[in-house]
Design a protein around this ligand. Structure first.
Ligand code: PEP
Length: 253
């Protein structure tokens, strides 16, 4: 069944002490929405976060991983290492990984395969740059990012996949796609999945929106029928803002 999810991507923020402090603040918040809540701290805080949230409903997820299980890949982290500290879900394809670490669709496809082989869940990110939208190429770009990394997968693996549409021009910029722009793209994405697979897969895949979601705009964006939640960057670093976003999500929209 399609899940409603609000996931916080902490990026390269929060050392161990700050992780504990933010988790303490998060635990003080009450959740009134039916969305599943996830946070993605940096690698060095994952185990501490997992331990601190062991009895809580907030899932601790990772921001990235390598495609190999082990070996001579200095500085990298594998799926089974993540699983050994309690992590079951990984974000792949974030635009910052694509832009600053040259992650291509081909590489991401290998990471997707490795995550699935390790029975992990994936939040797969993609989205167009400003110029793509200005030149009306945004649908083509999104289509190729999804096709190249995901459409080789068998239908059965789609239970483990969540999609996250993140227009690059809206990430960390304060610019947000309008709820109509988000809905238009999410409906397009669902139609791609329908064409490649079937109605079951298309209806059951959760599609999150990411890009400057804040307490003031979350409700309107989440009210759209094909928006199943959000991937939150900046606003996830403040417990009150993050839960204001979580609680803006209401299944009865
Ligand atoms: C992100 O990095 O995934 C993101 C959506 O960031 P922000 O909310 O800060 O735009």
């Amino acid at each position: 069944m399609r899940k409603n999810i609000v996931a916080g991507n902490w990026k390269m923020n929060n050392d161990l002490a700050q992780t504990h402090a933010l988790i303490t603040d998060l635990k003080k918040q009450t959740q009134t929405s039916k969305a599943e809540v996830m946070i993605a701290p940096t690698y060095t805080s994952l185990y501490a976060a997992f331990e601190a949230l062991r009895l809580d409903k907030i899932e601790v997820i990772a921001q990235n991983m390598h495609f190999a299980n082990n070996g001579a890949y200095t500085g990298e982290i594998s799926a089974n290492m993540l699983k050994s500290v309690g992590v079951e879900t990984v974000i792949l394809g974030h635009s910052e990984r694509r832009a600053y670490f040259d992650e291509t669709d081909e590489l991401l496809s290998k990471k997707v395969d490795a995550a699935l082989e390790n029975n992990m869940h994936i939040i797969f990110c993609f989205g167009e740059e400003l110029n793509d939208r200005k030149t009306d190429n945004h649908f083509d770009i999104v289509e190729s990012q999804i096709k190249n990394a995901l459409f080789h997968l068998p239908e059965s693996t789609w239970n483990n996949i969540v999609l996250a549409y993140e227009p690059v021009w809206a990430i960390g910029t304060g610019e947000t796609a309008s709820p109509e722009q988000a809905q238009e793209m999410h409906a397009f994405i669902r139609s791609l999945v329908l064409d490649q697979y079937n109605n079951d897969v298309a209806e059951n895949v959760s599609i999150l929106y990411g890009g400057s979601v804040k307490p003031s705009n979350a409700k309107e964006i989440f009210s759209k029928p094909d928006v199943d939640g959000g991937l939150i960057g900046g606003a996830a670093l403040n417990a009150e803002d993050f839960f204001a976003i979580v609680n803006a999500f209401n299944m009865s929209y």
